[in-house]
Design a protein around this ligand. Structure first.
Ligand SMILES: C[S@@+](CC[C@H](N)C(=O)[O-])C[C@H]1O[C@@H](n2cnc3c(N)ncnc32)[C@H](O)[C@@H]1O
Length: 160
């Protein structure tokens, strides 16, 4: 009998996204056709606006991070975080290629997110939450990172 183990699952998830990083980035335009309108809704619901400091959890190749960076302008800042250094490097490269200087990256497991408390105006996560074996731990970390009264909006998979 195979028993689910969060540690093994995490190791496997990391390895899978290290391998899938290039493909996910290469398919970015198609993914954006599917996810673009919902992404804008997520940014609206989170309240991403000029000057916002945005925490992006499980940012991947950074498509939604760059959408946030476009909204917030040069007075804002996006921190794109992900467990996979390979996929996050695509986010950094994409930001450089598009001339965004308001986007930083941080390789970190969402369940161990370690940023200054109450330092973000907004948090977002696009199709990331399902990968966390301990979602409550990740959500608690996100909450700690947010200033009081700020919002977190996430896109999650559901039935059609
Ligand atoms: C489906 S991709 C979504 C990427 C991006 N948000 C997007 O929508 O294009 C899921 C991402 O979750 C990341 N991920 C999986 N487990 C994670 C964890 N424990 N902490 C942080 N990121 C994680 C993966 O590395 C991958 O980049």
């Amino acid at each position: 009998m195979t028993v689910f183990g969060p540690k093994g699952y995490k190791t496997t998830t990391h390895a899978q996204w290290q391998d899938a990083a290039k493909a996910w980035n290469d398919w970015g335009q198609v993914l954006n056709q599917w996810l673009g309108p919902a992404t804008q809704t997520m940014l609206d619901m989170a309240g991403v606006t000029t000057g916002s400091h945005v925490l992006d959890v499980a940012a991947g190749a950074g498509e939604q991070s760059l959408s946030a960076a476009a909204r917030i302008g040069p007075t804002g800042q996006v921190l794109a975080t992900d467990i996979s250094e390979n996929i996050l490097e695509f986010a950094a490269e994409n930001a450089r290629a598009e001339g965004y200087e308001n986007l930083d990256t941080m390789v970190v497991d969402a369940e161990a997110l370690d940023v200054a408390p109450a330092s973000f105006d907004v948090a977002i996560s696009r199709v990331g939450l399902i990968y966390f074996p301990d979602q409550m731990a990740a959500l608690a970390r996100i909450r700690t990172a947010l200033k009081p009264g700020s919002r977190f909006a996430a896109m999650v998979l559901s039935t059609p």
